[in-house]
Design a protein around this ligand. Structure first.
Ligand SMILES: [Zn+2]
Length: 78
């Protein structure tokens, strides 16, 4: 049981380090293109509303543990 706890803690620490190095993930809506194409006129598109056209999204842990980067990938200076 103790070993399982240690493994869980190590995994969690690794997750936090990973969040610092890679705070972003792909936008699930536009797949990082930042664009949302029309259904009829397929050449037409608008900015993706989910990620505001950046294609970048904060990871869940980035927001939960570090307050988020506002989807920029840059942590605010303290
Ligand atoms: Zn998007």
């Amino acid at each position: 049981m103790t070993a399982l706890f240690v493994v869980a803690v190590l995994f969690f620490i690794g997750y936090l380090v990973s969040l610092k190095i890679h705070p972003l993930r792909k936008c699930p809506v536009c797949k990082m293109t930042g664009r949302h194409f029309g259904g009829v006129f397929t050449y037409s598109y608008r900015r993706c509303r989910k990620c505001n056209g950046t294609g970048r999204m904060d990871r869940w842990g980035t927001q939960a543990f570090f307050g988020g980067t506002n989807h920029t990938g840059v942590y605010p200076k303290k």
